[in-house]
Design a protein around this ligand. Structure first.
Ligand SMILES: Nc1ncnc2c1ncn2[C@@H]1O[C@H](COP(=O)(O)OP(=O)(O)O)[C@@H](O)[C@H]1O
Ligand SMILES: [Mg+2]
Length: 304
């Protein structure tokens, strides 16, 4: 925790710039080891506006910047992750909709993000808004994404160089069939929690859903990661929420918290992640630190 509040009154900006330069130097020195197997992280929270898309995009970009092979699957009809990764997603673009509804292959719809050579995205278009209803009467409606993803990852993994290290799936703000498909396709759940009132409301329902999927559809699924987002260290409320989340989820909650930062919210309007848009900003550094923590956990022995 930053306790330098009194000293800060002198030259807070200069202090922050110095501290950020030092954080960046440390991050630049770190080597990210590839996880032994592809990790599939499903970023979910049925609340809107808690930072799911921002977390998906920026953790993915940070991992790609560190040299890992990363695939983002945009499974939200709003297509905000596709926008921030700079991939085409106007209506009619081959997308995750065709994978769900027409049985298209991921290889036929995936695009490379212009931000990094090793960062890929399956885009979402507005067509996806109808998929939730279209899926209801389809066979194996809960496992359509898993089948497509398994086939794609297996085809990629024929060479070690092309093997994906991470797949990160961005979910819509609901627990409907799109999110169920994302849970069924994943191994790990990453829940972003916004540090504000009612932060924990709905969490027990989310966790119950994960448990149900685990029992009936995907025994390997586990809640591995919680990330505190839009954290404002000056407010007591943010600190109280953070303490409470850590108390309930001591092993899952990352040490890194993501600060509220204008740069983070501006980046998508330039079709960028904050990692590429403003690499020296506190938001970019925090997301790189979060990505490093996530990757360390895969290689640090607490993975079963
Ligand atoms: N750390 C942050 N600082 C400032 N704004 C943020 C931050 N994280 C997210 N936002 C903004 O908050 C809004 C909701 O974030 P988003 O990632 O789209 O949430 P979700 O995908 O859960 O609906 C967006 O406008 C986004 O730009
Ligand atoms: Mg979103």
């Amino acid at each position: 925790m930053n306790e330098g509040v009194t000293a800060e009154t002198e030259t807070p900006l200069a202090d922050e710039l110095l501290a950020n330069a030092e954080r960046r130097r440390r991050l630049d020195e770190q080597v990210f080891t590839r996880p032994p197997h592809t990790r599939v992280l499903t970023v979910a929270n049925q609340k809107g506006g808690v930072g799911k898309t921002t977390t998906t995009v920026n953790v993915a970009a940070a991992l790609a910047q560190a040299g890992l092979n990363v695939l983002v699957i945009d499974s939200d009809p709003q297509g905000n992750a596709s926008t921030a990764l700079g991939v085409d997603h106007h209506s009619g673009t081959p997308s995750i909709y065709e994978v769900f509804v027409d049985g298209a292959q991921i290889a036929d719809v995936v695009q490379r993000s212009p931000q990094f050579d090793n960062l890929w995205c399956v885009p979402a278009t507005l067509d996806l808004s109808g998929a939730e209803i279209e899926l209801v009467n389809m066979v194996s409606r809960e496992t359509r994404l898993r089948r497509a993803l398994d086939a794609f990852l297996a085809a990629q993994a024929t060479t070690e160089e092309r093997r994906f290290d991470y797949v990160i799936i961005d979910c819509p703000p609901s627990l409907g069939l799109l999110t169920v498909n994302a849970f069924t396709a994943g191994n790990e759940v990453l829940i972003p929690i916004q540090c504000e009132y009612y932060a924990l409301e709905g969490l027990s329902q989310l966790i119950k859903t994960v448990e149900l999927i685990k029992q009936h559809l995907n025994p390997t699924l586990r809640l591995s990661t919680i990330l505190l987002t839009m954290y404002d260290q000056r407010t007591n409320l943010a600190r109280q929420v953070a303490d409470e989340v850590r108390e309930h989820f001591p092993t899952q909650t990352l040490e890194t918290t993501i600060p509220r930062s204008v740069r983070v919210s501006e980046a998508p309007s330039y079709a960028q992640s904050v990692i590429t848009y403003e690499p020296g900003s506190s938001g970019a550094l925090a997301y790189r630190e979060a990505a490093r923590e996530i990757n360390d956990r895969a290689n640090g022995g607490d993975e079963q």
